[in-house]
Design a protein around this ligand. Structure first.
Ligand SMILES: C[S@@+](CC[C@H](N)C(=O)[O-])C[C@H]1O[C@@H](n2cnc3c(N)ncnc32)[C@H](O)[C@@H]1O
Length: 254
């Protein structure tokens, strides 16, 4: 099962990330976004990808090796601390700081971004794709299985201390970090239309997290997946979240 990362690529290109740029990626996870970024900047660009999870970094390295990508360096570090992991990196050398679904997990995302300003060139871009699931679902009629799935996923994220409204908070985070806020745009995450993991598959992938947070047992999740599959109908739209992308720039005089 492979996620389609094309929407993220389009959002990043629209924000101005382009060939030859030097990118610092925060919270690279299994490397899907890293691969997108490496593809956009090409051989003349480079990506430094940071995550605190050794397991995620190992998956990402394998993924990028498999894709023959060579312009990426992975770093294991906790973003919540000071940016010591960049001590050997020249100041003002990044054109871009970017990431997807990572600021929502940071206690003080504005402080993390502010701490990275010395490594961003004046006028450099800060680009994040973050979700908001607090304004969803959006649907006509009733799809109780789908709706229940969103309740569980919301409870899971709340239990993990994630900020589910981060998409909407991006402008405020950027302003507090000392960036010049440029713009924000969004698109709906629509279930069952081929764009994302369908919700049932998402529940399957997240079963360990749903179980460990005490929200549902594996048999309950399986039963809900069956209900969701029964509800799926290509003529119906179910909006499970909004995907926001925001662009900020480092002021010339910062
Ligand atoms: C939801 S995943 C997103 C992964 C990837 N950006 C994507 O969209 O596919 C969040 C990632 O952020 C990482 N992360 C969360 N908090 C972090 C922190 N304080 N320091 C470094 N990485 C962190 C997690 O390890 C995880 O890999």
């Amino acid at each position: 099962m492979k996620r389609n990362n094309r929407p993220t690529e389009l959002l990043f290109r629209k924000a101005g990330i382009s060939e030859g740029m030097s990118v610092l990626e925060l919270g690279s996870g299994p490397g899907e976004v890293t691969e997108v970024l490496a593809g956009i900047v090409g051989r003349t660009g480079r990506v430094v990808a940071v995550d605190r999870s050794e397991k995620m970094l190992a998956m990402a390295k394998e993924r990028l090796q498999g894709a023959g990508v060579e312009n990426v360096r992975f770093v294991c570090a906790d973003l919540n601390g000071t940016a010591d992991y960049l001590k050997d990196v020249e100041l003002a050398s990044f054109d871009v700081v970017a990431g997807r679904r990572v600021l929502m997990y940071l206690a003080k995302p504005e402080a993390v971004i502010e701490g990275l300003l010395p490594w961003i060139r004046p006028g450099g871009l800060v680009v994040f794709e973050e979700m908001d699931s607090t304004m969803c679902p959006g649907l006509v009629g009733s799809m109780p299985g789908h709706e229940q799935a969103l309740v569980w996923l919301g409870q899971m994220l709340d239990g993990e201390g994630a900020q589910r409204a981060m998409g909407l908070l991006l402008p405020a985070v950027f302003a507090k970090a000392g960036l010049h806020f440029e713009r924000i745009w969004a698109e709906a995450v629509i279930e069952g239309q081929g764009d994302q993991f369908p919700l049932g598959q998402m529940l399957g992938l997240l079963t360990p997290r749903l179980e460990s947070t005490g929200i549902a047992t594996a048999p309950e999740i399986e039963a809900l997946i069956a209900q969701i599959n029964a509800e799926r109908d290509p003529s119906r739209v179910f909006v499970s979240a909004m995907r926001f992308c925001a662009l900020g720039t480092k002021p010339q005089d910062a």
